[in-house]
Design a protein around this ligand. Structure first.
Ligand code: ZN
Length: 172
């Protein structure tokens, strides 16, 4: 879990330099293990490598049993709170994403309603135009029916006239 509290000074930011067996300045750390909570120590900076000289020096005297228990309790509380805080941040982030998606959905739904209304209005206009066109078509067809009736009458009248003329010519 790492150190429950931030280091006030970086591991190498101390004077006077203490050297390890490698001849390098010792980094100074704070232990948070169950055995040595809050206990400062020097440790070879090559630890975790094959060149580690394995030299370790404890700096502070052993704390009292009460202080040791208190430090461990405080360490555990900080670790637990950090973990809970991280989980809450994840849940908050998830919640924010859900809210964003809901807002996007609502906006799309509103947009759809607007478009449907627009289409309905266009549909009504087209129906009106269609009705007007049907009326006009009916007028035109009745007019042409009338005119064809008149032309039949005219043809009949002409035929009658010609017939009468012919009759006169033949029986004169
Ligand atoms: Zn060393």
């Amino acid at each position: 879990m790492g150190s429950p509290v931030a280091y006030r000074a970086a591991p190498l930011a101390y004077e006077l330099a203490v050297m390890c067996r490698c001849g390098l300045k010792f980094p100074r750390w704070i232990s948070w293990s169950d055995e040595n909570p809050g206990h400062r120590y020097y440790r070879c900076r090559r630890s975790k490598s094959e060149m580690d000289c394995a030299y370790l020096v404890w700096i502070d005297p052993e704390p009292t049993p009460f202080m040791k228990t208190l430090l461990l309790d405080l360490r555990d509380v900080v670790w637990r709170l950090k973990k809970e805080n991280a989980n809450l941040k994840i849940r908050l982030h998830d919640g924010e994403e859900v809210i964003q998606l809901q807002e996007m959905n609502q906006a799309l739904a509103r947009d759809n309603i607007d478009k449907i209304e627009e289409l309905k209005a266009k549909d009504m206009k087209l129906e009106e135009q269609n009705a007007t066109l049907q009326v006009m078509a009916a007028e035109i067809s009745s007019r042409s029916a009338c005119s064809s009736f008149y032309s039949v009458v005219a043809v009949f009248a002409v035929a009658l006239g010609v017939g009468m003329l012919l009759g006169r010519v033949m029986f004169a």
